[in-house]
Design a protein around this ligand. Structure first.
Ligand SMILES: Cc1cc2nc3c(=O)[nH]c(=O)nc-3n(C[C@H](O)[C@H](O)[C@H](O)COP(=O)(O)OP(=O)(O)OC[C@H]3O[C@@H](n4cnc5c(N)ncnc54)[C@H](O)[C@@H]3O)c2cc1C
Length: 502
């Protein structure tokens, strides 16, 4: 639930697009499909379902497209760092083919919608590259090219790229694209909100009654629908232990102008340490540079992450000006394939889309295509690969490791005991209070915030994120503003304020 006006670093996309003001739900409504979450997954599904003749209602806790989708790099590509060789080895060539085909279809769908609705969203075709500077990773790049080619994808092995430094090898996919995600999605939203279909903002979904019909209970009214799509990034209605299967990863971005040309294309380094792409908006050409990822809540002094990105950018490019800085998180599944489909094995009317692993511009769009088919009862060629209820024995060690990390975070939080020294302005810290862990933040304007530092989701202790001025949960990725207001689930409620006992 994004409260972007209070975020320290609004993104390029928020800074260069209109805001929205859709109504909250005031009376109970009945539609064919209720969609919880107004990000790329929810809005794409809503539009496709409406195009099929369904009446839809998008329920958004805050404002649409102010969640993770507003903080992305917005590359539209099926080249997801290195994935096709892994999928082929772990599953089979068919799985790699379906994964690639779904993501390629997503690029085509965006291009088609941009064309048919004449959307002004800086959409441009470009090549995407995954590169390495290390000779010992060349074999990995070669294997990726082979697997991607076998999956029918436009992959080539190259040793030259438009980057101003040498690479050891790279995979190149042609005819990929980039765009302005908010300008694209706000245009889709305006197509959705009419003729018996709705977008409800500032309407928090709190629970679902999964009967026939289903009922989505919000803080303001009820949406009755035959089917429900949960596209809340982390599934807010977690009946299948998604919290134990999804790992949150946080990363950072900057938009900068250069004294010179910006390399054409989209680039990511094999370990995702650096990600880059050109963007032009309102006639201004810029380079987006990012990376420095870590598990949410475990990034230490996060301000250093921006410093490292800036230092790296200055080493490789003639940086003129830094325009925007922003950061967000995305969830990864143990086998790196998103969960798109029925919420649980027995769900008849509840669907979910999550776990996009940093590639939700295409996977979130593909989710719209897959879910529209499932809800219409039409066959979909990729649905079984993305089925959230697949069980893969190979995932067990990773799941165990992931949950051990959660257990460590849980225990670490309770062992940590920072001194409750008077905090300098601008700093936050977790301290021991009389009734448990407290989060203290001393704002630049002198306000002193004291909130419970225990996540309402599963009682993990939060950490302070100094760069974004948020309380982040290292267990499952819930995030809260400095004043304790929830900005990202799975938690659904704010942190309790702690009375000043002084
Ligand atoms: C730094 C970074 C860079 C990235 N770059 C790329 C990229 O270049 N290309 C790419 O393909 N992907 C990229 N991604 C991934 C991509 O941005 C995400 O996967 C995608 O935006 C997720 O979309 P979503 O619709 O699932 O979530 P969101 O955009 O977060 O939408 C979910 C919405 O649900 C709402 N919500 C939550 N709970 C409730 C509730 N209970 N009731 C009502 N509403 C609720 C939220 O407020 C939010 O608006 C990147 C990710 C990161 C972290």
């Amino acid at each position: 639930m994004a409260i972007i006006t209070e975020m320290v670093h609004p993104s390029l996309w928020l800074a260069t697009s209109d805001s929205t003001n859709y109504p909250s739900i005031t009376n109970d409504v009945t539609v064919d499909v209720a969609i919880v979450g107004g990000g790329i997954a929810g809005l794409t599904a809503a539009l496709l379902l409406k195009q099929m003749g369904k009446r839809v209602a998008v329920v958004e806790a805050d404002r649409i497209v102010e969640g993770v989708t507003a903080y992305t790099t917005a590359k539209l590509t099926s080249l997801h760092t290195l994935i096709y060789d892994k999928l082929t080895q772990r599953f089979d060539a068919q799985t790699a083919l379906a994964y690639g085909a779904a993501n390629q279809a997503a690029i085509e769908l965006v291009a088609q919608l941009v064309g048919s609705y004449r959307i002004n969203c800086d959409f441009n075709y470009a090549s995407a590259y995954t590169y390495t500077m290390r000779q010992d990773e060349v074999a990995q790049i070669e294997a990726e090219v082979r697997a991607a080619q076998s999956a029918g994808l436009p992959a080539q092995l190259v040793i030259e790229t438009p980057l101003p430094f040498e690479v050891a090898a790279a995979v190149r996919f042609d005819n990929q694209a980039w765009f302005h995600p908010r300008n694209y999605l706000l245009a889709l939203a305006s197509e959705i909100h009419s003729d018996g279909s709705y977008i409800f903002e500032k309407t928090l979904a709190k629970d679902i009654d999964s009967g026939e019909p289903c009922q989505v209970k919000t803080d303001r009214g009820t949406v009755t629908a035959t089917d429900v799509v949960i596209a809340s990034h982390f599934p807010f209605y977690d009946k299948a232990f998604y919290f134990a299967r999804l790992e949150p990863h946080f990363s950072y971005l900057m938009s900068i102008t250069l004294n010179g040309p910006v390399p054409e294309g989209m680039f990511i380094e094999t370990q995702s340490e650096h990600t880059l792409r050109r963007h032009v908006t309102n006639g201004q050409e810029m380079l987006l540079v990012g990376g420095q990822g870590h598990k949410t809540g475990q990034g230490g002094d996060t301000t250093e992450r921006y410093q490292r990105i800036e230092e790296w950018a200055r080493r490789h490019f003639p940086v003129k000006q830094i325009l925007h800085r922003w950061a967000t998180q995305d969830y990864t599944t143990p086998d790196e394939i998103p969960y798109i489909g029925r919420l649980t094995p027995t769900s008849r009317h509840l669907y979910v889309a999550t776990g996009f692993k940093g590639w939700g511009m295409t996977s979130g769009t593909a989710a719209g295509l897959i879910l529209a088919d499932l809800i219409a009862g039409r066959p979909n060629p990729w649905a079984s690969v993305f089925d959230p209820n697949r069980f893969d024995l190979d995932s067990v060690p990773k799941l165990t490791k992931q949950n051990l990390n959660v257990a460590n975070e849980f225990a670490k939080g309770y062992l940590l005991s920072d001194e409750d020294a008077a905090l300098p302005r601008g700093q936050g810290s977790v301290v021991d209070g009389p009734d448990g862990k407290e989060g203290h933040y001393h704002a630049e304007d002198g306000t002193y915030y004291r909130v419970s530092a225990v996540c309402p989701h599963m009682k993990c202790v939060l950490s302070w994120n100094p760069a974004e001025k948020t309380w982040d949960c290292g267990c499952h990725g819930s995030r809260f503003g400095a004043d304790g207001r929830v900005i990202h689930g799975p938690a659904l409620s704010d942190l309790e304020s702690v009375e000043n006992g002084d």
